[in-house]
Design a protein around this ligand. Structure first.
Ligand SMILES: [Ca+2]
Length: 135
């Protein structure tokens, strides 16, 4: 079952949380060039990245849930090796590897046939649990 829990539009890139256990958790999905995909949730996906992502969705902070805890998505694994420090306004301000030739937003996500990063399995798709202050 796919359940749309939360959505936000940042830089014309919609973000949603799918298949979570509550209304502030789920697998992270991004729509780029009108194609929904995921973030690699292996080693580099951590609480600092999750906090920046959750703030983009109007939450206070976040905890990283790694290795596909909310299931495997499909489509491209758009982002891997995300390296936020935690105080960025957008994950797109953080160093990362794209499933793309270009690594800057000005080039805007021209899809390639192959991944530039080495994260190939949706079994490790990134997920988050977001938190709101006072709750
Ligand atoms: Ca990271």
């Amino acid at each position: 079952m796919l359940l749309l829990i939360n959505a936000s539009f940042v830089l014309d890139i919609p973000i949603r949380l799918i298949n979570g256990s509550n209304n502030s958790s789920g697998r992270v999905e991004l729509s780029i060039n009108n194609q929904w995909g995921t973030i690699c949730g292996s080693g580099f996906w951590d609480d600092e990245d999750a906090t920046v992502l959750c703030r983009m969705l109007n939450h206070t902070s976040g905890r990283a849930l790694r290795y596909g805890q909310f299931g495997a998505g499909d489509g491209p694994i758009w982002i891997a090796y995300l390296r936020c420090q935690g105080d960025e306004e957008s994950i797109f301000n953080c160093p990362m590897s794209f499933n793309e030739q270009r690594s800057t937003l000005s080039g805007m996500f021209i899809p390639r046939n192959g991944n530039r990063h080495m994260c190939f399995s949706h079994n490790s798709d990134a997920a988050v649990q977001c938190y709101d202050s006072g709750t």
